[in-house]
Design a protein around this ligand. Structure first.
Ligand SMILES: N[C@@H](CCC(=O)N[C@@H](CS)C(=O)NCC(=O)O)C(=O)O
Length: 236
């Protein structure tokens, strides 16, 4: 494990869209953090010490040594982590109730729809060991519908929900992978403009760059990696 800077947040991470949400937020907030790689292709997510903070065996997860009351706190689920960091710093997550609800609607839209559906699109278009045309069509179409919703939302505003917020940080890492989701970004000009603006932010670039080489090292078409990620595991 890497040496931890005093007060630094421990981030359990692998460079994927859900992981990037958190490196981007930490970079945007200027919070110190220490990366603990969770190699999901090798099964680090099933280690008991990781399950103790992330019982759903998925990264990202954080441990903030300076949590509420000055005591450590662990948080799993990327949406909950973004909300926690937003409350902790007072940044990118408004405290005004109307503005907060606006952000939360789009954060949960990502957590409950845009993320899970696009994840299945990746699975059936790229990783599935057998071609299932119905599944490819079903998830590619649903992805297309979701991009349409996002494009409409962005037609008359710069960001998804008021000012730049954790909602943008949650959605963008998935939207930047439109090509592998069978989409044409030219069909969604407002998403394209928003995506380009976010990808130009220095903190976003730094966040997307964290341990980038690890991404190339995980071949999700490798049967050994697939056995870890797509095989059902008995829980101890
Ligand atoms: N809802 C979770 C999803 C996290 C997630 O799906 N993480 C994946 C990588 S992007 C993972 O850790 N997979 C390991 C596994 O499924 O065993 C979140 O947003 O934090």
């Amino acid at each position: 494990m890497a040496a931890t800077e005093q007060g630094a947040i421990d981030l359990y991470y692998w460079p994927t869209p859900n992981g990037w949400k958190i490196t981007i937020m930490l970079e945007e907030c200027g919070l110190p953090y220490t990366i603990h790689p969770i190699n999901i292709g090798k099964g680090d997510q099933f280690k008991p010490e990781f399950l103790a903070i992330s019982p759903n065996n998925k990264m990202p997860a954080i441990v903030d040594p300076d949590g509420p009351g000055g005591e450590p706190i662990s948080v799993f689920e990327s949406g909950a982590i973004l909300q926690y960091l937003g409350r902790k710093t007072g940044k990118f997550y408004p405290s005004d109730e109307r503005r907060r609800v606006e952000v939360e609607q789009w954060l949960f839209w990502q957590m409950g729809g845009f993320g899970p559906m696009l994840g299945q699109t990746h699975h059936f278009r790229i990783y599935a060991p057998e071609q299932v045309p119905y599944a490819v069509q079903r998830y590619t179409n649903e992805t297309n519908r979701l991009y349409g919703v996002l494009d409409k939302r962005l037609a008359d505003r710069e960001f998804v929900a008021g000012d730049y917020s954790i909602a943008d940080m949650a959605i963008m890492p998935w939207a930047k992978l439109w090509e592998r989701q069978g989409q044409n970004i030219e069909d969604f000009p407002n998403v394209k403009r928003w995506l380009e603006a976010l990808l130009a932010r220095p903190a976003v670039k730094r966040g997307l760059d964290v341990n980038a080489a690890d991404r190339a090292a995980t071949n999700l078409r490798d049967p050994a990696v697939q056995a870890v990620l797509f095989g059902q595991r008995a829980r101890s």
